[in-house]
Structure formats: structure tokens, C-alpha cells
Design a protein around this ligand. Structure first.
Ligand code: ZN
Length: 286
């Protein structure tokens, strides 16, 4: 007896190819691609923080709405040059990273999916992920891609929950540590958690993933700025309870976005140039 097709499997990795084909039918389910990093996260957290959070988030969203969402295996390694002064950090050059992530996303389009969401968990991946989403739109006929840094989905909740002052939530901080305490408390060594608040170096530059960065991005190498902990923020105020609240908020907002994204209409391209006709950028790039 052949296995019956299961149309409700949430994770691509568990599917057979007939099931994967079914998940891509008629424009397909919304693909959630977790994009993480292997990177130092202070003396109290493992290096897999960014992977662990986004993979769980995407998988859980798909488990709750398998009719709408397909969660797929993550991009484990990220663009991380600024953190190579710390052990346990692995980096992929930005050109390789961008091309690799594009190829993965493009494969889903070639399989029939028309909605891709890059769910990013690592700060330096943000710009390449946005560029990949842009390239998917430019270089395919009618697929749409979007990119989100997962913490952005919890910003309004963070304004209620946070104990860290503005300019102090960034990395291995109250927020990320709370998430990990929620997912796997045994993986966190709170006895080693230490606050490392970065000084504001100019009037125009600060970093805060929850309240938004300052108007100017002052880019620097992490090892020059950190006091040696690798932390940016105050993880001592983290709790599993806050992590659970962040998780719920992000799951429900992500599901809501996917439902709206799926129904966004794609208009035909128009060409107002003197040449006229179909501008077909995807065509000449093929
Ligand atoms: Zn992180």
C-alpha cells in the first residue's frame, strides 16, 4: 500500500516529493525561510541563538497554519565578518551569502511557489536578505518575496516588557536571552550573563533593535566596541516568561502577515519608456 499524501505537513523536510508538489500547487503555500547565523552570543548563550529562534518561529507558525504556510530548512550560516574577533563565529562573504540565499529562494519559485518570506534572525543578514527579496521580484515573472527581521514583529510588545533603557537592546540582550530561556532554559547559563551597554558615540548614532536605530548607521567591528563580553545590552533582566510572550506575539503577527501576503495581487508590469511593450526584466536576465 503506498502512503496516502498528507496535504497538511507543515515542514518541507518531512515531505515526500509528491507532497512537496502538492504544497506548491496553485501558487503554493507561503514559504517561510529561516535565515540565521552561527555567532558568539556572549558568555551565557550558545552560538546557535539566531538559528534556533527563527527556525522554531517559522516551524511553529507552519504547525498552526499548515494550510497557509510551509516552513523550510534554514540557512544556518550568515554574513558575520564584524564578529570574527570572537570564537565560535562563522562568516560567509556577503556576495556568496546573497547568491546562495537567492538560489534557495529561486528554487522555490521554480517549484511553483509565488510567495517567499525570508525570516531573518541576525542583524548583518538584514541588508542581504532585503536584496535577495528584491532580486526575486526583479528576476522572476510573478513571484513576490519579502524579508523581515523577526524581532520587528514584537516591537510594540517590547515597549511594554523591556527593562533595558533605550539604546541597549541589540545582541545577546534582554530580548534574545528571554527567547532562549523560553525555548531551552538548560541552554542558558544565567550565572555568566553580564550587562554590556554600548556608549552612544555620536548624537546621531545608536543601536536598538526594538525601538529602532539612530538616523545614521555607524558601522564598526564588534571587537572594537565590546568590553569583551560580546553582549550588547543587559541580559540579566531576561526571563523565560518574557520570551514566551515575545514568541506568541511574533507567531501570531507572522501568520497574519502570511495570510495578507498570500492574497496580495500582482499587477502586470507596465512600461512607460519610449520603447514600450513588456519591460520583462526577468526575461533578459534569464
Ligand atoms: Zn542573535
Amino acid at each position: 500500500m503506498p502512503h496516502p499524501l498528507d496535504p497538511q505537513k507543515p515542514l518541507l523536510e518531512t515531505m515526500t516529493w509528491p507532497e512537496a508538489r502538492q504544497a506548491a500547487q496553485d501558487g503554493g503555500r507561503v514559504v517561510l525561510l529561516p535565515v540565521g547565523a552561527i555567532e558568539q552570543h556572549g558568555p551565557h548563550l550558545p552560538v546557535d541563538v539566531d538559528n534556533r529562534i527563527v527556525t522554531w518561529l517559522c516551524d511553529e507558525a507552519a504547525r498552526r497554519r499548515p494550510d497557509l504556510i510551509l516552513s523550510v530548512p534554514p540557512i544556518h550560516y550568515g554574513f558575520n565578518e564584524h564578529n570574527m574577533g570572537f570564537p565560535g563565529t562563522i562568516t560567509v562573504a556577503v556576495e556568496h551569502f546573497t547568491n546562495y540565499v537567492f538560489d534557495v529562494c529561486h528554487s522555490f519559485v521554480r517549484q511553483g511557489h509565488t510567495r517567499i518570506v525570508l525570516v531573518n534572525g541576525h542583524g548583518s543578514n538584514a541588508m542581504p536578505c532585503a536584496l535577495v527579496a528584491r532580486r526575486i521580484v526583479n528576476e522572476t515573472e510573478d513571484a513576490l518575496a519579502s524579508a523581515v527581521n523577526h524581532w520587528s514583529l514584537a516591537r510594540s510588545l517590547a515597549s511594554e516588557l523591556r527593562e533595558t533603557p533605550t539604546g541597549g537592546m541589540a545582541h545577546a540582550c534582554e530580548y534574545e536571552t528571554s527567547w532562549y530561556l523560553f525555548l531551552d532554559p538548560d541552554g542558558v547559563d544565567m550565572s555568566r550573563a553580564t550587562a554590556d551597554m554600548l556608549e552612544q558615540r555620536t548624537k546621531y548614532t545608536w543601536v536598538d533593535i526594538m525601538e529602532g536605530d539612530g538616523p545614521v548607521a555607524l558601522i564598526d567591528d564588534w571587537s572594537r566596541i565590546s568590553n569583551g563580553s560580546g553582549v550588547e545590552g543587559d541580559p540579566t533582566t531576561a526571563t523565560a516568561e518574557k520570551g514566551g510572550l515575545y514568541a506568541e506575539e511574533e507567531i501570531s503577527n507572522l501568520i497574519e502577515f502570511c495570510a495578507e501576503f498570500k492574497s496580495v495581487t500582482v499587477a502586470p508590469r507596465r512600461n512607460y519608456t519610449a520603447r514600450g511593450g513588456d519591460p520583462n526584466p526577468y526575461d533578459y536576465l534569464a
